[in-house]
Design a protein around this ligand. Sequence first.
Ligand SMILES: [Zn+2]
Length: 75
Amino acid sequence: MENKPTKDPVCGMELEPKEVKATAVYKGKTYNFCEFGCKAKFDGDPEKYTKTSGTNTVHSSKKDNGSKKTGCCSR
Ligand SMILES: [Zn+2]
């Protein structure tokens, strides 16, 4: 196993391996959580948290790379 950071699928937090407080295995995949509460939520509705691949969940809090639309026609 690589020791790459993993993502808590419930709260979306990125976790270093040493920060992982709980893990769950779902459909053969291991999921890591920052606290037991997140694991409990995951256990309650694993489908909900495994469907999102983590890119479309953030709507309003990240506007840093909003310069995507400029530049396509300026070359
Ligand atoms: Zn969490």
